[in-house]
Design a protein around this ligand. Structure first.
Ligand SMILES: [Zn+2]
Length: 262
């Protein structure tokens, strides 16, 4: 147990009392670097799986809980208690969310010749993601247009926000794996099976390590879960709202200029 925990901390390059936020940050950075779809090194898959295992083992650990020491007889000390994984929560509303997504949305600020971008990132539930992306587009629409680079950066940022922001697919897949374990542990079979079906349709090497669990859930005798609307599916009305948020200032300027000329 102690050796295993130490190995997990080492895999993420963290000290043994790293906080949950540090575990998440290290994981996101390393998962991006070592994802086998991106990293062509021979050991990429192995390294990626180590990082995933470490993340799943450490993310729900109490940061104050020290790594259990070895007893004098050389055997590992008995763990204080078994930690059951809990579903991940949205970083904005704090609610547990079955299908969380890591995403980042861009706001553009411009002044005279300069423009700069501020990223707003987190792990979101679908409704907080919609709100945060629209807020970023609205800020860009109000403050982004006022320089030459801003004329290019603002529409690009709004377009990116409208399409769901910048997201880390590898991290999102692992959040699903984590939640699958959490719902399974909590006995919420319907939620677990819903996630299992999503994962079963995901053609990725990450899904391999939870295949047994996915297969067991899907093969169980109960009827497949009733389909539910995909809350993450991009909606046309949302896209139009982004465009309206970005277009308000240029339209107002055009109307003012037109009125002055006429
Ligand atoms: Zn939320």
């Amino acid at each position: 147990m102690a050796a295993e925990l130490a190995r997990h901390y080492r895999a993420l390059g963290l000290p043994k009392r790293a906080s949950r936020a540090e575990v998440r940050a290290a994981y996101l950075e390393l998962a991006k670097k070592w994802h086998p779809d991106i990293n062509r090194r021979r050991n990429a898959l192995q390294r990626f799986q180590q990082i995933n295992d470490a993340y799943l083992a450490l993310v729900d650990r109490d940061p104050g809980e020290s790594v259990p020491a070895r007893a004098p007889n050389g055997h590992e000390a008995a763990p204080k208690r078994v930690r059951i994984p809990v579903p991940l929560t949205c970083s904005r509303c704090g609610e547990a969310t079955a299908q969380p997504r890591q995403a980042s949305y861009a706001s553009i600020f411009s002044l005279l010749l300069l423009s700069w971008r501020k990223e707003s990132s987190g792990i979101f539930c679908p409704s907080c993601a919609r709100r945060e992306s629209l807020r970023s587009s609205l800020i860009s629409g109000l403050f982004g247009w006022w320089s030459l680079p801003g004329l290019v950066l603002t529409p690009l940022a709004v377009l990116r926000n409208a399409r769901g922001g910048k997201s880390d697919d590898a991290a999102n897949l692992n959040f699903l794996c984590h939640n699958l374990q959490a719902y399974e542990a909590a006995g919420n079979e319907e939620a677990a099976r819903r996630i299992a079906y999503i994962l079963a349709r995901t053609p990725s090497s990450v899904a391999v390590k939870i295949n047994m669990s996915v297969a067991a859930l899907i093969a169980s005798d109960a009827a497949p879960p009733a389909p539910r609307p995909d809350e993450w599916k991009p909606r046309m009305d949302q896209r139009l709202l982004h465009i309206a948020a970005a277009a308000a200032v240029p339209v107002a300027v055009a109307l003012t200029v037109a009125r002055l000329i006429v």
